[in-house]
Design a binder for this molecule. Structure first.
Ligand code: CTP
Ligand code: MG
Length: 171
């Protein structure tokens, strides 16, 4: 118990860091022309919406890859190539999952910025899990814990931003 619990926590943090940072990076460095070029889907709604931008997509995938590289420096993976590919897949998966989430929201008539509880918080983590699977998934308990804690981490970080006066609403 004494050894296993810290190891479990370390493995969860190590696994979620690239997708979390990839998902946060576009909020800071994103913006500009939209990924869907303003195009509409067959239903007459935007394909993805204005919140998915070319720059944000690029920056997010790059951020995931850089986190993978930094992790390799702190705690080496079998090779540098593996570390970069891992970071890239977790980052691209997070960004891809977030884009699929937006596509789904638009189909259900939910505007960019409007909430879709659970989908908003989990799309990126599910995308990251799917894309990393060909390279090898971590143990099931790591995956399940990563999914389970993500909505709570989201809620806590939003509350902190709200208390810090950076956000209008607490959720
Ligand atoms: N962002 C971006 N490119 C991406 C993803 C996000 O530029 N591929 C930036 C945008 O500036 C966006 C912000 O990150 O406004 C927050 O993203 P998100 O929370 O996903 O936007 P939502 O307003 O929730 O939009 P959606 O309804 O499409 O999820
Ligand atoms: Mg979103």
């Amino acid at each position: 118990m004494i050894k296993i619990v810290p190891l479990l926590i370390f493995n969860i943090i190590w696994f979620i860091l690239p997708p979390y940072i990839a998902n946060m990076a576009p909020v800071i460095w994103g913006g500009g022309p939209p990924l869907d070029g303003g195009r509409l889907f067959f239903d007459g709604k935007r394909l993805l919406g204005k919140a998915k931008t070319i720059r944000g997509t690029f920056v997010g995938i790059l951020a995931g890859t850089i986190v993978g590289l930094l992790q390799h420096i702190v705690y080496p993976f079998p090779s540098l190539g593996y570390a970069l590919l891992r970071g890239f897949l977790l980052g691209a998966g997070a960004i891809g999952g977030d884009i699929v989430g937006s596509f789904i929201k638009r189909r259900f008539n939910i505007e960019s910025g409007d909430a879709a509880p659970l989908l908003d918080q989990l799309d990126f983590m599910i995308g990251a899990i799917i894309l990393i699977s060909p390279l090898g998934l971590p143990p099931l308990e790591i995956i399940l814990m990563s999914i389970l804690i993500t909505p709570f981490v989201h809620l806590i970080s939003n509350a902190v931003w709200y208390l810090a006066g950076k956000k209008e609403v607490w959720w």
